[in-house]
Design a protein around this ligand. Sequence first.
Ligand code: SF4
Length: 129
Amino acid sequence: MRSLGFTATGADYWNQMAELCCSCGLCTLYACPEELFPKEACDQSKQNMRAEGVKYVQKHPVKVHPMKEGRRVPLKMLMKKLKVDNWNVHTPFVEVNYEPSEVKLKLKQAVGEPSIPTVSLQNRFQKGM
Ligand code: SF4
């Protein structure tokens, strides 16, 4: 974020690094001490790269960071910061007999390739097929 806002590193360098972001949102929601929006900056960079046809190129072999274990986010702290800890209560499972008249399955919900359907539009199915 500092590189993006306050130096002349250049958007190309930033864009390349943004490709490694999985958009989990941890930085924006939890980790950024300056309350900036790194996830959204990465999302924008990925959009820019897609528009320009730029793909990330891994220049060095990938290896696990030695501080990986120490960088894990404590779940209780995360829940507290997101103000969802009050909702962490036991809820009983209630079974209902729900039969929708229509089901929509979105085939592209992530950055990767969209799923390829094996059925066609307007196909009808029966329960248990
Ligand atoms: S940059 Fe933020 S949103 Fe992207 S992977 Fe890292 S923590 Fe998650």
